[in-house]
Write a protein that binds this ligand. Structure first.
Ligand code: FEO
Length: 396
């Protein structure tokens, strides 16, 4: 993808990764982009870089706009390698002694990734950097989502370079929100659920901070996916809603099954929930990727987990999902467990312990059915669904 101007003398110089399908356990079935930006002023600054594999393309993109040697400084908003992987090539090309601006933690973390003794300039929250006609203001955004993360804001243009925040793993022909419309929101939601959900309280604080600072946001340019220029407020509002995780009358019934018994139970629970006016869906863990399930969990009020007992434990895919979900710290959920078993039947107890450890409000007892659910087993599933529905907010 060739560079293009996003505002007068401000260029997108990133790379499009059409083929990436896994981002450390997150299914990126629509690829991704690594957005980087060149602000040409009296002092020219490069904001972020791209994944190492795209270094050649990146240098060539920059060169089509400006001789790389004319870049006066680099800003690293975030150390993760999808944004810093090309730094060695870039610094070598533009001059190893050029200033490299980053947060204090950025300095520490970049130094742990790269042995080069670059000319680091650490900046604090609120510090500014004069480029000429324009200024950069730095906002520290620690733990959104790494300790080094920060935003760079260009007040004269109202542009926020927001690093990973407000991004999406999406590769397509579109570059801006007005070109893709509502279709980008599921990707933004999935990105939030899989990367930013654990930091929801910090996001709410950050949005308050930006509001209190009275900064004008004409554009938000994240480091992945679509940039927001038509309605930047839309993604801010969505982040507030997703961070709040207000209980909703929605349930995700996530399960795996060996001989369809746990599946029959899952479907019975979903049917009963729907009859109770709950928006519910079953998600079989060998048909839905964990990152898509967690996206549904984000705005669900209930998570109901089912597993057969296998070798005195829970099914491997269910363990995988529970580990993933626990790390992402969803909040404000009611939860329940169910599953079939042959002789020992530990799965419901084990799932219940997992869910309790996530501080979910447990609906107990869960439902255990030996071998194949009969009428009484199915009745127990309907009863569980009714108890879950009663614990959710009433239908509007
Ligand atoms: Fe897109 Fe946290 O890196």
């Amino acid at each position: 993808m060739k560079p293009f101007e996003i505002a007068k003398n401000i260029y997108w110089v990133g790379a499009v990764d059409w083929n990436i399908r896994d981002f450390h356990g997150y299914s990126t079935y629509q690829g991704s982009t690594y957005n980087a930006f060149l602000v040409v002023d009296e002092q020219t600054v490069l904001i972020d870089t791209v994944k190492k594999e795209f270094s050649d393309e990146f240098i060539s993109s920059i060169s089509s706009v400006i001789d790389p040697k004319r870049i006066d400084m680099v800003i690293s908003n975030h150390t993760e390698m999808d944004h810093s992987g090309s730094l060695p090539r870039v610094m070598h090309r533009i001059g190893e002694d050029k200033p490299l601006y980053c947060s204090q933690m950025g300095h520490k973390n970049l130094s742990r990734h790269f042995p080069q003794k670059w000319n680091y300039r650490t900046v604090k929250d609120g510090e500014t950097l004069k480029l000429g006609k324009r200024t950069i203001t730095f906002f520290e955004t620690r733990m959104l989502h790494w300790p080094d993360s920060m935003f760079s804001y260009l007040p004269e243009e109202g542009i926020l370079f927001s690093s990973d925040a407000f991004g999406q793993h999406y590769a397509g022909p579109e570059r801006f929100d007005d070109e893709i419309g509502e279709a980008i929101m599921p990707h933004a939601k999935k990105y939030f659920a899989n990367i930013l959900m654990p930091y929801s309280p910090l996001i709410l604080k950050l949005v308050n901070r930006l509001t209190e600072a009275g900064i004008e946001l004409k554009r938000i340019c994240p480091d992945h996916g679509i940039m927001w220029r038509e309605n930047p407020g839309k993604i801010i509002d969505a982040y507030v809603a997703w961070s709040t995780q207000a209980p909703a009358r929605k349930a995700v019934v996530v399960y795996d099954t060996m001989w369809h018994s746990t599946e029959i139970m899952a479907n019975a629970i979903v049917d009963a929930l729907c009859r109770e006016g709950v928006y519910a869906r079953p998600m079989h863990l060998r048909n839905f990727h964990r990152s898509d399930v967690i996206t549904e969990v984000l705005d669900a009020g209930a998570v109901i987990v089912g597993s057969p007992t296998l070798n005195n434990g829970i099914f491997p895919t269910v363990s995988d999902f529970m580990t993933y979900m626990k790390g992402l710290k969803p909040k404000n959920k009611v939860a329940a467990a169910f599953g079939s078993y042959g002789w020992s039947g530990e799965s419901v107890k084990l799932i219940t312990e997992w869910l309790e450890s996530m501080k979910f409000q447990m609906i107990e007892p869960g439902v255990r059915v030996q071998y194949v659910p009969d009428e009484s087993g199915l009745d127990a599933c309907l009863d569980l669904a009714a108890r879950v529905a009663a614990a959710l907010p009433p239908a509007e």
